[in-house]
Design a protein around this ligand. Structure first.
Ligand SMILES: NC(=O)c1ccc[n+]([C@@H]2O[C@H](COP(=O)([O-])OP(=O)(O)OC[C@H]3O[C@@H](n4cnc5c(N)ncnc54)[C@H](OP(=O)(O)O)[C@@H]3O)[C@@H](O)[C@H]2O)c1
Length: 290
């Protein structure tokens, strides 16, 4: 069996990987979160790997509070850039293939058609800049696979879906931004794609790939359309009002448009990407059954 280390395993993505892991019997998994392995401590990573050697690391740990990062730049960079540099160095030394998750927020959102992997980056927020720092570390060391994703949600952890559900239970109407377009991603679909990438890499006889890929669900929408769909699937009464970004001020600036092309990952790894509405329905069914 091929040993795989998952860091940040208690977050949205890590939890979904845990849930799907039993379907990938050719892999054995070590699941760690902050208490077992703090990725900002390179010495701890080395000691951990001495005792638990692996062939793949999937880094699901990250500083993900986009607005809080504006006032917490040091911590955001420590976790999203410096820690990734250490992980990448150690992975390169030990022939480990590192799979690292990045974000659509590395783009400035000035395009009007889906971003490709080699489109120029220009992050507008501290979070986006810190995530780009992590990407650049992998690229400098020419190691690992970067998968950029967007608007992640799951029945685990905190996310937009759960926030809308909670607020719709206590408010008659909600203001939601409609002039930002992107694509929601069910963390379970991303988890399945990552496990498929590893499965393919295990059977890949050539040298390991060091590439950037994009993965989000299929289709696109605004936050307003996303919220409206959540309310509709939940069957709750709440008026969703479309508002402009300029009238809904957040600390961090977000891209106006951040839809990403999935052509590269689907071709390389034979991955089928579900439409965001079908995946939202699946997640909502699970949330409402809880
Ligand atoms: N969420 C999104 O909308 C989104 C969009 C695009 C890209 N991404 C990227 O996708 C990845 C996964 O996101 P997610 O939403 O699953 O994240 P998440 O739910 O915030 O989970 C991150 C996990 O990492 C843990 N962690 C924090 N600091 C750590 C450290 N020093 N060492 C080890 N673990 C640590 C967290 O623990 P605590 O909870 O105790 O801090 C948490 O369990 C991240 O890289 C993120 O940047 C996310």
């Amino acid at each position: 069996m091929t040993p795989v280390l998952i860091t940040g395993c208690k977050g949205q993505l890590g939890s979904e990987i845990q849930r799907l892991s039993s379907g990938f019997s050719e892999m054995s998994f070590n699941f760690t979160d902050l208490e077992e392995l703090d990725i900002t401590r390179p010495g701890d990573i080395r000691t951990y790997l001495d005792h638990n050697p692996v062939r793949f690391i999937v880094n699901c740990a990250g500083y993900t509070a986009v607005d809080a990062a504006e006032d917490d730049k040091k911590m955001a960079f420590k976790l999203n850039a410096e820690a990734i540099e250490s992980l990448a160095k150690i992975s390169a030394e030990q022939d480990i293939q590192l799979i690292h998750i990045s974000t659509d927020y590395v783009f400035d959102g000035e395009k009007n058609h889906p971003y490709k992997e080699d489109d120029p980056v220009n992050p507008q927020s501290v979070y986006g800049k810190s995530k780009l720092g992590g990407e650049l570390a992998l690229q400098r060391l020419n190691t690992g696979i970067i998968i950029r994703t967007s608007w992640l949600y799951s029945s685990f952890g905190q996310n937009f879906v759960k926030t809308i559900l909670r607020l719709s239970g206590v408010k008659d109407q909600l203001n939601v931004i409609f002039d930002q377009t992107g694509c929601p991603t069910y963390a379970r679909d991303l988890a399945a794609a990552i496990l498929q990438v590893i499965r393919t890499e295990i059977s890949h006889e050539k040298t390991p790939r060091h590439e950037i890929y994009h993965y989000s669900n299929q289709g696109m929408c605004s936050w307003y359309e996303f919220a409206t769909s959540i309310i509709t699937f939940a069957g709750v009464e709440c008026n969703i009002l479309p508002v402009l970004s300029k009238d809904y001020i957040t600390k961090a600036k977000r891209p106006r448009y951040s839809v990403m092309s999935k052509e590269k990952i689907t071709a390389a790894y034979d991955i089928e990407v579900p439409h965001w509405m079908n995946s939202l329905k699946d997640c909502m069914d699970e949330l409402t059954a809880k």
